[in-house]
Design a protein around this ligand. Structure first.
Ligand code: HEC
Ligand code: HEC
Length: 357
């Protein structure tokens, strides 16, 4: 055969191979699975019951929380009476609250009713929250939805009914009521005991993301499948872009996101990344374009009483902004080191608390 024929054959073969890998990537190599709770390990303190046995309101609440994009999303089947969607993004509550809040260290919600029963939660500096407020906050900041869900809205009531049903699965009396603090995995997992003094490298994070995450979450971070409008493939949620969490979300704190990534991702290979790798990827992901959400209105400004909105939350709870008078750049807030910021904010909170009537 003439050498050019070999070349042609080779190019054609390479083309077929390339196509095959693309098809493979589209299939994600996994079945669109979700994170499942390890009910055997949770047995001593939690009874994983099937949602089919729950009261109707809780069942509906589970649908909203688990299949958020299909029900409340922009193309969902449940809208406000004027036709506005409940959620303007396509991720699901359960994308982050794994299996509707069943999974320790996967932002569970089995503690939530007891936690917010000791009202008001986060009281210092008058940042008062009840369970419904937290749901509203997640709609605004995790889902980028500007319309505030009223506490009497039927969707809200069904979600609350579900979260209460979930919390009734706690069987250990030492973990019920005010004992909720003894429940495992309620805090966001720390990526490293020393994370606050670490510094993230988003350039390294970019390469790592491409190698370890993009096959499922896609190169442009938009996720794949049910969450990507108009596509009907297995579901992986968006990590940035219009359909992801906003600058006001807890994940916009790279320390939080890194802990979450290290504990749960890549899907099916939890705890395989180093703390530094997880942190580098978290910073890269948070660096990408995403909605502002309610970040400015809720946190990144000085309020009428002179208190910076960002200080209403505990100091380590950085939301992605610095505010007038704070000696830290937005870059440091995203990449660290965070310890100096937390120390400074804690001192500010103490000073401002002392001025409270
Ligand atoms: C095999 C596919 C797969 C891979 C690889 C993968 N993920 Fe995921 N990821 C998922 C799925 C599926 C979910 C949602 C799980 C659920 O709903 O229970 C998810 C959820 C997430 C979430 C929470 C939801 C959100 O929108 O914020 C984050 C953060 C995340 N992944 C980051 C990563 C990072 C970073 C990597 C690379 C280290 C990665 N993932 C690799 C499939 C994958
Ligand atoms: C992008 C990820 C993400 C999405 C999507 C998301 N949440 Fe959250 N949510 C979080 C994180 C992170 C926290 C803070 C957890 C903590 O306090 O440690 C949180 C907190 C909460 C809390 C308070 C829990 C507690 O016990 O303090 C509730 C309730 C809640 N979310 C409900 C929802 C509902 C309902 C939806 C869907 C409408 C939703 N969330 C969507 C990430 C998310």
């Amino acid at each position: 055969m003439h050498p050019t024929h070999y070349l042609k054959l080779f190019t054609r073969l390479a083309g077929v191979l390339l196509l095959a890998t693309q098809v493979q990537a589209d299939n994600l190599g996994f079945d669109g699975k979700i994170v499942e709770p390890d009910c055997d390990a949770m047995g001593p303190w939690f009874n994983c019951r099937k949602i089919d046995s729950a009261p109707e309101a809780a069942k509906r609440g589970y649908e909203y929380i688990h299949h958020t994009s299909k029900t409340l999303g922009p193309d969902g089947n449940k809208k406000f009476s004027d036709g506005t969607p409940y959620s303007t993004s396509n991720i699901a509550c359960s994308s982050c609250h794994f299996t509707g809040g069943h999974v320790p260290s996967g932002t569970p919600m089995y503690q939530s009713p007891a936690k917010y029963a000791g009202l008001p939660y986060f009281r210092p500096l008058n940042y008062n929250r009840d369970l419904e407020d937290s749901i509203v906050d997640c709609f605004r900041n995790c889902m980028n939805t500007s319309r505030t869900l009223s506490k009497s809205d039927p969707v809200m009531q069904d979600m609350v009914a579900y979260i209460h049903w979930l919390s009734e699965g706690v069987t250990d009396p030492n973990m019920q009521g005010t004992g909720w603090v003894n429940l495992p995995g309620t805090a966001l997992p720390a990526v490293d005991a020393n994370v606050a003094n670490m510094v993230a490298n988003p350039a390294k994070g970019k390469t790592l993301y491409r190698d370890k995450c993009s096959s499922c979450h896609s190169k442009d971070g938009a996720g794949k499948g049910e969450y990507r409008r108009g596509e009907n493939r297995p579901r992986t949620p968006a990590l940035w872009g219009d359909h992801s969490y906003s600058r006001g979300a807890a994940f916009y704190n790279s320390q939080n996101l890194a802990g979450y990534i290290r504990t749960h991702m890549p899907y099916g290979k939890p705890n395989t990344l180093s703390a530094q790798q997880a942190l580098d990827m978290a910073a890269y992901i948070n660096d990408q374009a995403r909605p502002d959400g309610m970040a400015d209105e809720m946190f990144c400004h000085i309020e009428a009483d002179g208190i910076p909105g960002a200080l209403r939350k505990p100091a380590a709870w950085l939301v992605g902004c610095s505010y007038t008078g704070e000696p830290f750049s937005d870059a440091q807030i995203l990449y660290g080191p965070w310890q100096p910021i937390t120390d400074w904010r804690n001192a500010e909170i103490t000073r401002l608390k002392a001025l409270q009537p």
